[in-house]
Design a protein around this ligand. Structure first.
Ligand code: TMP
Length: 206
């Protein structure tokens, strides 16, 4: 089963993924955690370029191709072989981040992004996607408090994050059978309980 986690920085994705993977392993499920951009040696090198706050001159086209290159490597090297081996993959971001950030956020053509993405992942689709939803104000506050590492993508105007959030909600509305929206502005253990309940239910029917 392939599960992806989306949402703004500061929504607690990595904490929640860590807790969920521990729980799944304790329950006897072979769960593997990975992330985007990154997850492979090549992908982590691309991540360094993408996140470097010195790279403010990066064009939107270069940005989408770098995210897509990291994703293509991750799918080929790690996700497909491990899904074929029967593992459950928990991935911190996937192509929906590209549609939300580069599409809705930067305003790149959505149909073109979808074509690039389909090429990169060879039409692989998550079975379940969680949106850890947080209003823009709460997300910015968490970043200002220093709870999360600041990367190049954190240097955008507030309106950018508004568009990203709106984009996520539109994506979720288009594929309601794949997406589950979780209110991330609650205590860690409450959010975790929601994630576990959904995963248990989906695994039963998967
Ligand atoms: P994170 O790993 O801390 O979540 O940071 C990744 C950043 O990169 C985050 O700000 C979202 C952004 N991003 C995109 O803009 N497009 C993408 O396709 C992906 C995977 C991430």
């Amino acid at each position: 089963m392939f599960i992806t986690f989306e949402g703004p920085d500061g929504s607690g994705k990595s904490t929640q993924i860590g807790l969920l993977s521990e729980y799944l392993r304790e329950s006897g499920c072979d769960a593997l955690v990975t992330r985007e951009p990154g997850g492979t040696t090549i992908g982590e090198r691309i991540r360094t370029i993408l996140h470097d706050v010195k790279n403010t001159g990066m064009s939107s086209e270069a940005e989408i191709l770098l995210y897509s290159a990291s994703r293509a490597q991750l799918v080929a090297e790690l996700i497909r072989p491990n899904l074929a081996a029967g593992k459950t993959i928990l991935c911190d971001r996937f192509y929906d981040s590209t549609i939300a950030y580069q599409g809705y956020g930067r305003g790149l053509d959505l149909a073109m992004l979808q074509r690039i993405t389909a090429f990169a992942v060879k039409h692989l689709k998550p079975d379940l996607t969680f949106l850890l939803d947080l209003d823009v104000e709460a997300g910015l506050l968490r970043r200002e408090r220093g709870d999360v590492e600041i990367n190049r993508m954190d240097l955008q105007a507030r309106s950018f994050y508004e568009r990203v959030r709106q984009g996520y909600h539109e994506l979720a509305a288009t594929e309601p059978e794949r997406w589950v929206i979780v209110n991330a502005n609650r205590p860690i253990e409450v959010v975790q309980a929601d994630l576990r309940a959904t995963v248990i239910e989906r695994m039963r029917i998967f």
